[in-house]
Design a binder for this molecule. Structure first.
Ligand code: ZN
Length: 223
């Protein structure tokens, strides 16, 4: 079945281009799947293997390249940075080498990175002042707007954990940013509440996916 699909994909240039990038980056495909926006694709960084969609158009080509992006750009401390680096890598390659540009993909990628940023802000010791300014700029949101976004997700019950509403409200209102967040009050690594919250988050892979076209499994992809 997949063999047949791979053969059909040869009608388009994307799969040839993708194979070229696999070779250049010394990456192997562990699994091909049909393109599906509900599917979870993965990158196994240490073994340089990827699970990717069969690229048949610019969007699926960029998604497949994104997984190579994880291999090429390596791991990062925060998932929002890891995703940002992979998205940028994929879009740059596609544009510079093959002249492929997909504005819909880029808009989707911004939401995807924002999703990871929210996760990192709620689950790790990351605070808004420490978020890379070039990422905020690319997403197109400042600290106040990110705080408002988090409050909105909370109101819509789209978050995986409880937040300190007052803290985020004060940022949303442009007040001085208190660097102590809910999770870092008692020390990030040793706080059991935080550990439980992260474990919960790891189980919940679709908590804010309703506004995304892609619902990646962002935890297992880096293992
Ligand atoms: Zn990714």
């Amino acid at each position: 079945m997949i063999k047949q699909k791979l053969k059909e994909a040869e009608k388009h240039p994307y799969i040839g281009w993708f194979r070229e990038q696999l070779k250049i980056t010394n990456t192997k495909v562990q699994k091909w799947s049909d393109w599906n926006d509900e599917m979870m694709y993965e990158a196994y960084v240490s073994s340089r293997r990827v699970h990717v969609p069969i690229p048949i158009d610019s969007f699926s080509f960029l998604v497949a390249l994104h997984e190579i992006g994880h291999i090429s750009t390596g791991e990062r401390l925060y998932s929002y940075l890891s995703e940002y680096n992979s998205e940028k890598w994929a879009m740059r390659r596609a544009k510079e080498v093959y002249n492929v540009v997909d504005s819909e993909y880029e808009e989707d990628a911004k939401l995807y990175v924002l999703k990871h940023l929210v996760m990192d802000l709620l689950d790790t010791e990351l605070t808004l002042p420490k978020v890379k300014p070039y990422v905020k700029e690319w997403i197109g949101l400042n600290d106040q707007q990110i705080a408002k976004h988090i409050l909105k997700l909370n109101k819509n019950k789209q978050l995986h954990c409880k937040i300190n509403v007052e803290h985020w409200k004060s940022i949303a209102n442009g007040k001085h940013i208190n660097t102590i967040t809910r999770n870092s009050k008692k020390g990030f690594r040793h706080n059991k509440t935080v550990q439980r919250s992260i474990q919960r988050a790891k189980r919940a892979t679709s908590f804010i996916c309703s506004y995304l076209t892609r619902s990646y499994n962002f935890f297992s992809r880096h293992l």
